[in-house]
Design a protein around this ligand. Structure first.
Ligand SMILES: [Fe+2]
Ligand SMILES: [Fe+2]
Length: 291
């Protein structure tokens, strides 16, 4: 019986219906970014066809938490300065948080915060593609959005259990659904044809031992999620800070001095996250009638 229940939820979540798919443009741009013959102009042209995405992309590029020193005012400049791979990660981020920001502001701020920590840690470790890890951090909890939208009744039950029994949301999900948001997020990322570099850290962020090819980035996202929760960026009544995997911690090889400096750097950047989030919320508010 229990197995039937799990199979049922697995099936429902695999067939996500209400959650928007990634816009076709993302798939197209991802393909273009991988083609060595693609030119900056071609890429700029495709992005600028989607005005909202283009605006979001520029705002992201200029937001302090990505930390580019100069202001970037045109798409072509952004592409030349950042390169196709960074742009691809930014486009995925921009599209996904379009989905997230409307649905759950607390989760969104947690996710932005996690992306910040990922980027700071990745840079400290000298990882060559810190933006990719930031993107993984930004979307690591996307499975929660899927559960909320696809299984609203069960989502309510999960929240009730968290509140009444004071258990972490992850445990409540496993109890009620027989699976958790990390697994669900991993399926979703796969369904969106996102690269394994993003799929694995999402799937493994609560248990980095599961990672095969992307052990380091899974460890970074795992660590970042714990740090950001410890800094108070939690979700609803789920205020617990999950245990840190010793293996992941060893893999990161951070010293006490590293951690101290990382925390200092994050604190400054989190102000920017808050500002960025408020700015977007203000933009989403209905326009004032000035007549
Ligand atoms: Fe999570
Ligand atoms: Fe999280």
């Amino acid at each position: 019986m229990e197995t039937d229940k799990k199979a049922h939820f697995r099936k429902t979540l695999r067939e996500v219906k209400t959650l928007p798919t990634l816009p076709g443009i993302v798939v197209k741009l991802t393909r273009m970014a991988e083609d060595p013959d693609t030119t900056t102009e071609q890429m700029g042209k495709v992005i600028s066809k989607d005005h909202i995405l283009a605006a979001k992309l520029l705002r992201l590029v200029n937001s302090a938490f990505y930390g580019f020193p100069q202001r970037i005012s045109s798409l072509n400049n952004a592409i030349i300065l950042l390169g196709f791979n960074v742009i691809k990660s930014l486009i995925i981020s921009a599209s996904i948080f379009e989905i997230m920001e409307e649905k759950d502001i607390e989760l969104w701020e947690h996710s932005l915060g996690c992306a910040v920590v990922c980027s700071v840690v990745a840079k400290r470790l000298g990882i060559s593609d810190p933006e990719e890890i930031s993107t993984a951090g930004l979307i690591h909890d996307i499975g929660k959005v899927a559960i909320k939208m696809e299984l609203p009744e069960e989502y309510e039950q999960i929240n009730r259990m968290v509140q009444e029994q004071q258990v972490p949301m992850l445990d409540a999900e496993r109890e009620i659904l027989g699976l958790d948001h990390a697994e669900v997020g991993g399926w979703l990322a796969k369904r969106w044809n996102l690269p394994n570099k993003l799929v694995e850290p999402i799937t493994c962020h609560h248990d980095p031992r599961l990672a095969k090819d992307e052990q380091l980035s899974s460890a970074v996202v795992h660590f970042a999620n714990i740090v950001i929760r410890g800094m108070g960026y939690t979700h609803g009544d789920d205020i617990w800070v999950p245990p840190l995997s010793q293996r992941a911690y060893r893999l990161l090889g951070l010293t006490a001095v590293d951690i101290d400096e990382i925390l200092g750097e994050i604190e400054d950047k989190l102000w920017d996250v808050k500002g960025f989030s408020l700015e977007i919320q203000a933009e989403q508010a209905p326009p004032q009638d000035n007549n």
